[in-house]
Design a protein around this ligand. Structure first.
Ligand code: SF4
Ligand code: SF4
Length: 124
């Protein structure tokens, strides 16, 4: 385990759960209907914290994109600006999470392998 890996998680642990970031995020604030589909910055940061933990091998990218609605975030950084603990929510948790999801979905080699792989019921 590298010191950088430890430091990354430590930043997220400074959260005092004031939920200012949640209340500020325009995706939730301006669109009541999005509350069902978008978990918001505090909870995405928690997913990122677990996803980046070097000793945690679970893959949470599908959950982040599907259940937590990561794609709704358009990285305006309003959540980061109001965080009293100065946690870089957008830069250090949401953007890296988006990059990991993009890596899974849009990696051309993985995509080609997915196409070549027989689907259930197609095996001969
Ligand atoms: S960066 Fe994303 S989570 Fe943060 S306020 Fe903007 S839309 Fe909401
Ligand atoms: S604004 Fe900062 S301290 Fe407050 S809940 Fe969000 S991440 Fe945590």
């Amino acid at each position: 385990m590298q010191q950088d890996d430890v430091n990354r998680s430590q930043e997220f642990r400074k959260c005092i759960e004031c939920y200012l970031c949640q209340n500020t995020c325009h995706v939730i604030r301006d669109h009541e209907e999005n509350k069902e589909a978008f978990a918001g910055p505090r909870f995405l940061m928690r997913i990122a914290e677990l996803e980046m933990h070097p000793a945690d091998t679970a893959d949470r990218r599908e959950i982040a994109q599907g259940d937590f609605g990561l794609g709704f975030c358009n990285i305006t950084k309003c959540c980061t600006e109001v965080c009293p603990e100065h946690i870089q929510i957008t830069d250090n948790s949401i953007i890296p999470l988006k990059e990991r999801v993009a890596d899974r979905h849009y990696d051309p080699i993985r995509g080609a392998l997915r196409l070549l792989r027989p689907r259930p019921g197609q095996e001969s």
